[in-house]
Design a protein around this ligand. Structure first.
Ligand code: ACO
Length: 271
């Protein structure tokens, strides 16, 4: 098996299906996997035949978090230089994924632990299997949820739920994760891929420039004052107008007002 195989992907009908692929290690994120994931994101991000990226896991796990042997023990043995390098590599691809050019969907099929909350948050949408299990196991082996994970649960969850996961290390299943809004939806495992495909296909009907600017805006405005957000959004729409060589918004208005071929309240214009 080549080192490249720790991440697998295929592109089908404008959807890039990317998989953590260390099922025998429950898709724990090793430095090798982190480096490969960064390369795969690079390979896919600006491909014209990719409109949406889905991140799934092979086998019974989505990701069992950071690899306790290869990411922690072995890099710590190399001293601070090794630790900082492996942190840069993992945080680096999480960041790439957060600001990915195309919309992204986490397809959480099974275990999702600790550091796995990084890519979970980095994906714009998340759909899980009812029986998947989510947990912050850090407390169980004596550390706090680092590497941004505490920030992720504070941003995504109510304070009591964030505190519960963090202090107890107890698991919640996919249904509970949807109830807590850690994910958008939970469906039976045998429906998971089909449901993710439906959502991806829906995103593919939308203006791609608008999708990128809209998803970035959601992540950016949270820390801004109202006035800053208002100003930022005006400027971002103007930047989007510049980048959208199809002049999509004018076409969208034309198809509604002149052609009467669709209703924006009920679906997207014909791209
Ligand atoms: N790091 C390193 N190796 C791991 C990890 C991990 N995070 N998770 C699983 N593995 C390895 C196991 O050591 C085992 O290796 P081996 O076959 O060489 O002995 C193999 O994957 C299979 O694991 P099992 O424990 O046998 O699988 P099982 O399906 O019974 O349990 C479970 C799955 C619950 C995910 C369990 O493996 C586990 O608790 N893993 C650790 C989860 C965790 O705490 N992750 C770290 C979060 S904190 C952070 O990310 C910063």
């Amino acid at each position: 098996m080549s080192e490249l195989d720790v991440v697998k992907y295929r592109v089908e009908d404008r959807i890039a299906w990317v998989y953590f692929s260390r099922p025998e290690k429950r898709n724990a994120m090793s430095p090798t996997l982190n480096r490969r994931m960064a390369e795969v994101l690079d390979e896919l991000e600006f491909r014209d035949d990719v409109g949406v990226l889905v991140l799934g896991g092979e086998g019974t796990a989505w990701s069992a978090g950071m690899d306790l042997k290869e990411y922690f023990r072995e890099t710590e043995a190399q001293g601070l230089k090794g630790v900082r390098k492996s942190q840069r590599e993992s945080y680096g691809w999480f960041r790439r994924l957060r600001w990915f050019q195309k919309p992204t969907i986490a397809m959480v099929n099974g275990w999702c632990f600790g550091g796995g909350f990084g890519p979970l948050f980095a994906c714009d949408l998340a759909i899980t299997a009812d029986d998947a299990k989510f947990g912050l196991s850090e407390i169980n082996w004596g550390i706090l949820p680092g590497g941004g994970v505490t920030k992720v649960v504070v941003d995504l969850l109510a304070m009591r739920d964030a505190m519960w996961l963090t202090l107890t290390g107890e698991l919640i299943d996919g249904r509970k994760a949807a109830e807590w809004r850690l994910v958008n939806e939970s469906v039976p495992l045998d429906r998971l891929e089909a449901r993710v495909r439906e959502v991806a296909q829906l995103l593919l009907t939308k203006n791609p420039v608008a999708l990128k600017f809209a998803k970035d805006a959601i992540r950016r405005v949270g820390t801004m004052t109202y006035d800053e957000a208002e100003d930022y959004l005006v400027r971002m729409q103007e930047a989007a107008n510049f980048h959208d060589k199809s002049d999509g918004r004018k076409e969208g208005i034309r198809q509604f007002i002149d052609e009467k071929s669709y209703k924006p309240g009920l679906g997207a214009y014909d791209l």
